[in-house]
Design a protein around this ligand. Structure first.
Ligand SMILES: *Cc1c(COP(=O)(O)O)cnc(C)c1O
Length: 355
């Protein structure tokens, strides 16, 4: 017997969310952002769910891009951070994998490289995020050098927003448009938050990530359900122990939670070594046999405790940590993080099954 924890992935929900993103950005094509093993959901099962519908896939590693090509995906694929060495570049060219290009080093590598065929390149501009990208005023020069290299096919221009989920995109978008519009190149700027909030930033290609997985990019403004998104990952487990507490009894490491009355407490087979956040405090929502209750005390490596008082459940009872019936965004908010981190942290030891 194995531990009862597992992550169920719902490919139909992933497809639904992608089509919803497309419907919210009519006229644009949509990169399905599947970096970080499809935000922890599994690259190939997610890609498979979009086999006939995805306009393209975007991720970070050339190896992951090659896995998509090997699995027969013929759509455009893009490397969002570009290449890290000439060998990456050659593999990308040989397999028709496109690449962002964000700095002088990459540009020079491309100028000097021997490639077997030209490749698609997205020039990445730094418009205020100050993470990756050329200064916008360098666009004409970078473009001229790419064209002169003879190694590019389709050239586009992209940027990434720091505050699309909060204070907005106006300044960054103005800096971007000031150079991108005159260049007349295809544009791509919108992550999930910008896709949902700023139709004037859809342009040619949108780049939805978290919304495809059923997370809201701005849970304090709009829930995933408000947007019409469906959860893709359900992290489920079971009760493996039950304790009856008296007033004054404590639970777990550090005795962080102490009962002030008689209580029933369940021990659930899920801990931080499964990817559940250790910093989730007492009171984090959790479902037991479909009934909503709260975690108690500190999350252990392999187990956590939850309140069974007044609930009809015992050993073997089913537990939902997040997903169907309990939005990951609610758990993330209670734990002081975002659904992105919960999904990506799913541990390798948790079996992933298609629902
Ligand atoms: C991750 C990523 C996205 C997707 O962002 P979400 O907030 O998950 O929609 C879009 N563009 C780039 C460049 C990214 O790295």
């Amino acid at each position: 017997m194995t531990r009862p924890i597992l992550a169920r992935i719902d490919p139909a929900a992933f497809r639904h969310n992608y089509l919803l993103a497309k419907a919210r950005a009519p006229g644009a094509r949509a990169w399905a952002i599947v970096k970080a093993n499809a935000y922890g959901h599994g690259l190939l099962p997610c890609a498979e769910a979009l086999r006939n519908v995805a306009d393209g896939f975007a991720l970070l590693e050339i190896g992951e891009a090659m896995r998509l090509r090997s699995a027969g995906f013929s759509q455009p694929i893009m490397l969002l951070e570009g290449f890290f060495a000439e060998i990456d570049l050659q593999m990308a060219c040989a397999n028709r994998i496109g690449t962002a290009i964000h700095c002088e080093d990459q540009l020079r590598l491309l100028e000097l490289a021997e490639v077997e065929q030209p490749l698609d390149v997205a020039i990445k501009l730094n418009t205020g995020m100050n993470r990756l990208g050329f200064q916008p005023e360098r666009l004409p020069e970078v473009l001229a050098r790419l064209c002169a290299s003879g190694k590019t096919r389709q050239i586009s221009v992209m940027t990434h927003f720091a505050c699309a989920d909060g204070t907005g995109i106006d300044e960054q978008l103005a800096r971007f448009n000031a150079v991108a519009e005159p260049a007349g190149l295809p544009r791509s700027v919108a992550n999930s938050a910008a896709l949902l909030r700023y139709p004037h930033a859809h342009f040619d290609w949108v780049r939805p990530g978290i919304m495809l997985y059923g997370g809201s990019p701005m849970p304090d403004l709009q829930t995933a359900a408000d947007i019409g998104l469906r959860p893709v990952m359900t992290l489920a487990s079971r009760i493996i122990g039950v304790q009856d507490l008296q007033a004054g009894d404590s639970v777990g490491y550090g005795a962080l939670f102490t009962a002030d009355r008689p209580m029933r407490v369940a021990t659930v087979a899920c801990g931080y070594a499964d990817g559940y956040p250790r910093h989730a405090p007492t009171g984090t929502p959790i479902l037991v046999n479909g009934q909503r209750t709260r975690t108690l005390g500190r999350v252990s490596m392999d187990m956590l405790a939850c309140d069974l008082t007044g609930l009809n459940a015992g050993i073997g009872g089913s537990v939902t940590l997040w997903g169907e019936g309990l939005p990951a965004d609610e758990v993330a908010t209670a734990a002081g993080t975002v659904s992105y981190e919960l999904f990506c942290a799913l541990a390798g030891r948790v079996p992933v099954v298609n629902a």
